[in-house]
Design a protein around this ligand. Structure first.
Ligand code: HEC
Ligand code: HEC
Length: 263
């Protein structure tokens, strides 16, 4: 374990001030919600106790299958109370351990995670959404569904502006391989029957693998039937540079995605 004596001592003075404000752990509302120090102190605990698995920026470490915690709120719709319980109890059957922090420390962690949470695009994107719709159908819809239409090699994008900031969306379009979405990790292999298969991996255990292949068919394979299995670093989404989509094209596309956002 990491030696954090000094840290604990410096925390103590602060804890005494707020300990009275903290009730039983079943409380659904974070009692430290309005205290800006809580997120800062939670960040220190996080870096000491959680970053080895979740990354110092809480964005997850994919080789450990430790999720991006900035997405827990909008993508997985976790409440503060659920995050509190998960930190305390861990997730049975996974490497996510239970923790013996006191309630105040757990709420500080919750405050920190809230402070780094993805909140989606909050501004109105300036662009021509009709033009964006046309750009989308010629460049993107073979892999992405919006409003029930399109392919499914990539994730559904109907509500994507509610889950990702404008900057994050631009980065996904310009440089998809920099941050590959969970459940869309690229994989390739050759079967014993000499078929070469490429796709995005959906689930895997010791014996089998399920993927969406590049023809957008969900398929399952026994690992005994595969050779040259490779976990690729390159997303199956092509990068769109400025020569294929200008910045104003990208704004039009995002404006279309924002306008198609279902309620
Ligand atoms: C040994 C590695 C490890 C450590 C240390 C660890 N976690 Fe996790 N954590 C995981 C893994 C793996 C999962 C996903 C488990 C699953 O869903 O099967 C997870 C899941 C979670 C989730 C649920 C996220 C979601 O969106 O579903 C939260 C919240 C979380 N961890 C917070 C923390 C915090 C806070 C700490 C530090 C106090 C911490 N974890 C320490 C590995 C770790
Ligand atoms: C050949 C298929 C393909 C095409 C064409 C394609 N994408 Fe993707 N896209 C993917 C895949 C696969 C992923 C998931 C892996 C990743 O994150 O790179 C993805 C991920 C994304 C994400 C991130 C989603 C998230 O959950 O964060 C965005 C945004 C996105 N694509 C937008 C677009 C836009 C806009 C276009 C058209 C300009 C486009 N894509 C064209 C396959 C494609």
């Amino acid at each position: 374990m990491i030696n954090n004596h000094k840290f604990v001592i410096s925390l103590n003075a602060f804890l005494v001030l707020i300990i009275l404000a903290v009730n039983a752990h079943s409380q659904a509302v974070n009692p430290l919600e309005s205290d800006p120090r809580a997120a800062r102190l939670g960040g220190s605990i996080f870096r000491a106790q959680c970053a080895t698995c979740h990354g110092a920026d809480a964005k997850g470490i994919s080789t450990l299958d430790a999720p991006d915690l900035t997405m827990s709120w909008v993508e997985r719709q976790l409440s503060e109370e659920e995050v509190f319980q998960t930190i305390r109890e861990g997730i049975p059957g996974s490497i996510m351990p239970p923790h013996t922090f006191n309630d105040t420390e757990v709420w500080m962690l919750v405050s920190f995670l809230k402070s780094v949470a993805e909140v989606g695009t909050t501004n109105q994107i300036a662009g021509n959404s009709d033009r964006g719709a046309r750009l989308f159908s010629s460049n993107c819809s073979r892999c992405h569904r919006v409003d029930g239409k399109g392919g499914s090699l990539g994730p559904e994008l109907s509500n994507i502006t509610g889950r990702r900031s404008q900057d994050a969306l631009v980065r996904s379009i310009r440089n998809p391989s920099a941050n590959i979405t969970r459940l869309y990790k690229p994989i390739s292999f050759i079967t014993v029957g000499n078929e070469s298969v490429q796709g995005t991996i959906k689930s895997e255990d010791a014996f089998s693998i399920q993927l969406m292949d590049s023809n957008q068919v969900l398929r399952g394979f026994s690992k005994l039937d595969l050779r040259e299995l490779r976990r690729e670093e390159q997303s199956l989404m092509p990068s769109f540079t400025e020569s294929s989509l200008s910045d104003s094209d990208v704004n039009d596309l995002l404006s279309y995605l924002q306008s198609s956002r279902s309620p």
